[in-house]
Each structure stands twice: as structure tokens, then as C-alpha cells.
Design a protein around this ligand. Structure first.
Ligand SMILES: [Zn+2]
Length: 247
């Protein structure tokens, strides 16, 4: 297992940091009066959270068979920054990592985590889920969801070290060798559906691929992510409505 010793440059950010204003100036949270049931009414910009018909996450069930081309992952470049923005732990990526889907190129922007999982498969929740967020040249989003199960330690999480940034902190990852390929299961079978961002403003038109095979992380690694975030950060399941879930 690789050990990375130079991931120590912590930059402390204040609560006034733009990181806390991501998605607009409206505060939101995962519980209480600013929790998911209220997101749609917190701000006009968040209205889709309440009125959208293609919201994520959903329970993946009742799939229909589809003839899907295999997504091609062209990942090479390591992460830039590991950020704890109070809502999630997020790794940002530089240009150079791409997903080709149905002939269109989507660049990997960031990977972040939810504990427990947001998507469920036939009602089953997983202890953690990673979201690999990609955008094409027009800004259309394709997000790959990877479910984590408890098992062998995860190589990338191990490389990030035991000390994850606390809320409002970030760490420079430049120069480290952490290819995003390690986030993906070897098997590329997946479920596809049309969905949304799972955080405000809950924008729709997101192409979702949820990998069928989970990847593993040790229970202490999953605990470390959960503790760094400080609270559950999974949006409740949303209605499927008229959508088809293809496998
Ligand atoms: Zn997410």
C-alpha cells in the first residue's frame, strides 16, 4: 500500500470563505428547518428541489434492459485539492480526466462523498457513495455514482491519510499520485437514469450512471469520512415518476 507523507499542508479557511457560499448565498443543511424537506422553499433558485419531477436520488428498482454502449474512462491526472466544505468531502481534479459517453466527452471536475449512500439498489442502502462529477463543453453534467461496501481498505482513501480536513479546511494534493481510476470498480456494468443534482439547487438534466458493483473501503475509513463531514449527508429518496431506469 502506498503511503503519502507530504499531504500535510493544511490551509485553514474561515466560515466566510466562498466555499461555504457554493451554490448561492442561501444556507442549507441535511436536517432541521434548512433540511431537505424545505430546500425547495429556501430560495427561488432552489425551487426545483421541491417541484422537479426528475430528482435524485432514487431507489434503483424495476430496471429495464437496454443496449448500452460501455462508458470509456480516460483517467490519468491526480487530484488537486481535498476540501471539507461542511456539506461533503470533495476532491477537485485538473483538466485531463474524461469520460466518453455515447460519443460525447465529459471532463471530470470533482469527486465527493455521501455517508450513507444516496442511491439504493432494491431498497438496500450502502454505507458510503462517491459521486464522480463530469461536465461536457456545454456544461451538461454526467455523474457516476460508486457505492462503497465495508471490506478491504480503499487504496485512495488510504493514500489520503488518517487525518482528513476538518470542516472549513482544505489540503493541497498537487504532486500526489492519486489517479481517479482507483475510485471505479473493475466491472463497468451500471444503471442509467435521468436525474438531478442531489444538493441545492437540485438542477435537472443530469445523466446518472450508478455502477452495479460496489468498491470496498474499511469500516474505519468510512467512519473517518463520516466523522470529517460531521453528519449524515444523504438526501432522502425521491419519486421516480415517469422515468425509466435502464440496465
Ligand atoms: Zn453527490
Amino acid at each position: 500500500m502506498k503511503r503519502i507523507s507530504s499531504l500535510t499542508a493544511l490551509v485553514t479557511l474561515t466560515l466566510a470563505s466562498p466555499l461555504f457560499a457554493a451554490g448561492g448565498d442561501t444556507e442549507w443543511s441535511y436536517s432541521g428547518p434548512q433540511g431537505p424537506q424545505h430546500w425547495g422553499s429556501l430560495s427561488p433558485e432552489f425551487a426545483t428541489c421541491g417541484s422537479g419531477k426528475n430528482q435524485s436520488p432514487v431507489d434503483l428498482a424495476g430496471m429495464i434492459e437496454g443496449d448500452q454502449p460501455t462508458p470509456q474512462f480516460h483517467y490519468a491526472e491526480s487530484g488537486e485539492t481535498l476540501v471539507n466544505n461542511g456539506h461533503t468531502l470533495k476532491i477537485t481534479y485538473p483538466e485531463g480526466n474524461a469520460l466518453t459517453l455515447d460519443g460525447r466527452r465529459y471532463a471530470l471536475k470533482q469527486v465527493h462523498f455521501h455517508t450513507p449512500s444516496e442511491y439504493t439498489i432494491d431498497g438496500q442502502t450502502y454505507p458510503m457513495e462517491g459521486h464522480l462529477v463530469h461536465a461536457d463543453a456545454q456544461g451538461n453534467l454526467a455523474v457516476v455514482g460508486v457505492l462503497f461496501e465495508e471490506g478491504q481498505p480503499n487504496e485512495v482513501l488510504a493514500a489520503l491519510g488518517k487525518e482528513l480536513p476538518a470542516q472549513g479546511e482544505q489540503r493541497d494534493l498537487t504532486g500526489e499520485s492519486l489517479s481517479p481510476t482507483a475510485w471505479l470498480p473493475t466491472q463497468r456494468e451500471h444503471y442509467r437514469l435521468n436525474g438531478s443534482l442531489t444538493t441545492p439547487p437540485c438542477t435537472e438534466g443530469v445523466r446518472w450512471l450508478v455502477m452495479k458493483a460496489p468498491v470496498s473501503a474499511s469500516s474505519s475509513q468510512i467512519d473517518a469520512v463520516r466523522e470529517a463531514i460531521g453528519h449524515a449527508n444523504n438526501r432522502p429518496l425521491q419519486p421516480v415518476n415517469a422515468r425509466l431506469i435502464v440496465e
